[in-house]
Design a protein around this ligand. Structure first.
Ligand SMILES: [Zn+2]
Length: 61
């Protein structure tokens, strides 16, 4: 079930995946947060939009 490639980047994402409003399991979507900021992973609910953004590399800085 957890076969998406970003699971390894964001192992804490289990809780983040769930939309707080409707409980939907949301797929992680990587996006570039800007120069010098790097990659972030957003969890976007189809009904409520992006509800969580995680920085998969925050512990490596
Ligand atoms: Zn939702």
């Amino acid at each position: 079930m957890n076969s998406d490639p970003f699971e390894s980047l964001a192992p804490r994402a289990e809780g983040y995946r769930t939309c707080a409003e409707c409980g939907a399991d949301c797929a992680p979507e990587p996006f570039d947060a800007g120069e010098g900021t790097g990659l972030r992973i957003a969890f976007s609910c189809p009904a409520h939009g992006v509800h969580t953004v995680v920085d998969p590399f925050e512990e490596t800085r």
